[in-house]
Design a protein around this ligand. Structure first.
Ligand code: 0O2
Length: 208
């Protein structure tokens, strides 16, 4: 087992700090260009020691496999204003040459049984330390503000029912997730219509 957790978690903390800067940099670049940013805000978290220990037990992870088999010790979250923005952020990440993408999970189109939606990307990040390079696995969850609203509250409610919600609550949470998704779709439709109208106005202006 890990003897010094602080030391073990240091590179993960460092990777999270660096990635917060990088992701906020993407948002700033869009703002600099006066363009719509697909990133509203970014958060990060390092998995708690209790949560790591729980997952080691649940997944039966061997101590020497911890850094390879636990992919979400370093986690970042990107909140997007609109549904289409998720796809744009994914493409921006796929084009980067400072990471190696290990896997992607599309829980936006394939929501989990709970109603959870998000797009997960796990990548390997070559962190530069005093003694050289150390590859760190990083998980990024990309979701809309509405998905984040649902997931944050569902997670906090789950705290009181760690194993399962009563069936009726489970169904209501699924329905609430559907409502949040409909809201996302409606806001995207409104935006697309406004963008189209603005483009029409612009081309009319250019014709004159
Ligand atoms: P925390 O407290 O942030 O660490 P596992 O990690 O074993 O549960 P797996 O298959 O490795 O699952 O990963 P999965 O399911 O792709 O993603 C796990 C993470 O996604 C969770 O981390 C949550 O952040 C989020 N997530 C997945 N399902 C749900 C859900 O039903 N509700 C909510 N609110 N979030 C979910 P942790 O470890 O649970 O959280």
């Amino acid at each position: 087992m890990i003897e010094n957790w602080e030391l073990f978690l240091f590179p993960y903390n460092q990777a999270a700090k660096e990635w917060k800067v990088k992701l906020r940099g993407i948002r700033d670049e869009f703002q600099q260009l006066d363009e719509h940013s697909p990133i509203e805000f970014v958060t990060s978290r390092i998995k708690s020691i209790d949560s790591i220990k729980e997952k080691i037990k649940r997944r039966n992870i061997a101590p020497d496999r911890l850094t390879e088999d636990m992919e979400d010790i370093c986690g970042l979250r990107i909140m997007c204003p609109f549904l289409d923005d998720i796809h744009e952020v994914v493409n921006i990440l796929r084009r980067r040459n400072d990471i190696d993408i290990v896997s992607e999970r599309d829980y936006v189109n394939n929501e989990k049984e709970s109603g959870y939606r998000s797009y997960h990307i796990i990548f390997r990040y070559p962190l530069q330390l005093i003694d050289g390079q150390r590859d760190i696995l990083v998980e990024i969850q990309i979701r809309t503000l509405a998905m984040n609203f649902w997931a944050t509250l569902e997670h906090s409610l789950n705290y009181k029912h760690p194993n399962a919600f009563p069936a009726e609550v489970h169904q209501r949470l699924q329905a609430a997730s559907e409502t949040a998704f409909k809201l996302d779709e409606e806001m995207s439709k409104i935006r697309n219509e406004l963008v189209k109208d603005a483009e029409k106005d612009q081309s009319k202006g250019e014709e004159k």
